[in-house]
Each structure stands twice: as structure tokens, then as C-alpha cells.
Design a protein around this ligand. Structure first.
Ligand code: HEC
Ligand code: HEC
Length: 162
């Protein structure tokens, strides 16, 4: 009886080890087309959090979660916003490489300080503004002597509805 228990423990240990080994060989992420395949988990976290902050959205804006099991499927490309985001990533990389490659490293290197980011255009909103706010809306708060300085003020809610 003892022998069987021991054999079983060894067997379980063996399976656990082989699981860990194959786990390490597998890339952590399954469906990366723009980000480097060897990206680490902390790097991925910070990239994704920069997107939620830049667009003022939550992860669900781009990723699907099963409502009943509460399990996320980050690799899935089912959400249209994720596909748009991928194009946006490529566009942002191209802008940085073509016009702002100050480091000479290229924007695909995650260590590069990017000049143009999602936030540059999105400013905390899913759809960037294409025109400035109406002057009446800007001037309802106390103005600066030259009437400018609007960029440093928070946007008014009334100005958001176009
Ligand atoms: C604006 C859209 C957007 C938002 C918001 C977003 N993601 Fe992503 N996410 C993407 C895109 C696009 C990819 C694929 C990148 C690629 O192809 O290189 C991705 C990939 C991932 C992956 C890798 C999946 C795999 O296995 O391939 C994980 C994990 C992930 N995101 C987690 C998150 C988390 C957690 C949040 C919230 C904090 C989040 N994402 C918010 C767009 C988004
Ligand atoms: C050069 C400006 C610019 C940059 C940089 C930029 N975007 Fe965008 N993005 C836009 C514009 C403009 C739209 C709106 C397009 C439209 O309304 O059809 C948009 C739309 C989107 C949408 C769709 C929003 C919706 O409501 O359907 C997503 C998602 C998105 N961008 C993600 C990103 C991410 C992620 C980044 C950074 C990797 C990024 N964008 C960088 C200009 C930009």
C-alpha cells in the first residue's frame, strides 16, 4: 500500500514537472501580431493599462469576458475595438519611426520613449476630437488675460456633446 502511494506521488510529481516545463516553453500570450512575442507579463500589464487610461475605457472595451464563467479570453479577436486598436498600434509605431525616431531604436522596442502615444490623440476618450471646442463653451470658466490657456483646463461636459 505504501509503495503504491509513493509511486503515485512520484507520478504526480513527474506530471507536474512536465507541465511546468512545457508551460515555460509556450509563449505566455497566444495572439500577438504587433507587440513583441517575448513581452513579459509586467510589460504587457503596463501597455494595456496605458490603453485603458489613454481612451478612458475598461479592458472590456477591447476584450471579451464570458458572463457566466467570468473568464476572460484576452487572445480572442472577437471585439471590433481590439482590431481597430491593433491598426492604431501600427499607425502609432509608424508615426514614431518616421517622424520622431530620436533614439534610432525604433518604436517596436518597448524601452523606447514614444513621442506620439495613444493619449496624444485620444486624451482620455475613445474617439478623439477633430475640432476645437466652441468658444462659448471655453469661456464659461474664468479666462486667462490673453483669453488662452484653454488646453490646461478640464473640458466641460457641455462641450463634449457635439
Ligand atoms: C483599446 C483596446 C484595448 C484595451 C482597452 C485593452 N487591450 Fe489588451 N490587447 C489589445 C490588443 C490590440 C491586443 C493584441 C496586441 C497584438 O496583437 O500585438 C491585446 C492583447 C492583450 C493580451 C494578450 C492576449 C494574448 O494571449 O494574445 C492580454 C493578456 C491583454 N491584452 C490584457 C488586457 C487587460 C488586462 C486590459 C485592461 C487593463 C486590456 N488588455 C485592455 C487591445 C486592448
Ligand atoms: C494620430 C492620432 C491617433 C493616435 C496616435 C491613436 N489614435 Fe486611436 N483613433 C484616432 C481617431 C481619429 C479615431 C476615430 C476614428 C473614427 O471615429 O472613425 C480613433 C479611434 C480609435 C478606436 C475606436 C474607438 C471607437 O469608439 O470605436 C480605438 C479602439 C483606438 N482608436 C485605439 C487606439 C490605441 C490603442 C492607440 C495607441 C496604440 C491609438 N488609438 C492611437 C486617432 C488616433
Amino acid at each position: 500500500m505504501k509503495r503504491t502511494a509513493l509511486a503515485l506521488t512520484v507520478l504526480v510529481a513527474f506530471f507536474t514537472m512536465s507541465f511546468i516545463i512545457t508551460k515555460q516553453d509556450d509563449p505566455i500570450y497566444k495572439n500577438l501580431k504587433v507587440l513583441p512575442k517575448n513581452i513579459t507579463a509586467p510589460q504587457m500589464d503596463s501597455v494595456m493599462k496605458s490603453y485603458t487610461a489613454a481612451l478612458g475605457v475598461k479592458c472590456t472595451f477591447c476584450h471579451v469576458r464570458n458572463d457566466s464563467t467570468k473568464i476572460w479570453d484576452y487572445a480572442s479577436d472577437k471585439k471590433k475595438h481590439k482590431l481597430i486598436a491593433r491598426d492604431m498600434m501600427k499607425m502609432t509605431n509608424q508615426i514614431n519611426d518616421k517622424y520622431f525616431d530620436v533614439t534610432g531604436k525604433g518604436s517596436k522596442n518597448l524601452g523606447t520613449a514614444l513621442m506620439v502615444t495613444c493619449y496624444t490623440c485620444h486624451n482620455g476618450k475613445p474617439e478623439p476630437a477633430t475640432k476645437p471646442e466652441l468658444r462659448e463653451n471655453r469661456n464659461t470658466q474664468q479666462g486667462t488675460p490673453n483669453g488662452g490657456g484653454d488646453a490646461n483646463r478640464p473640458r466641460l461636459d457641455s462641450a463634449r456633446k457635439q
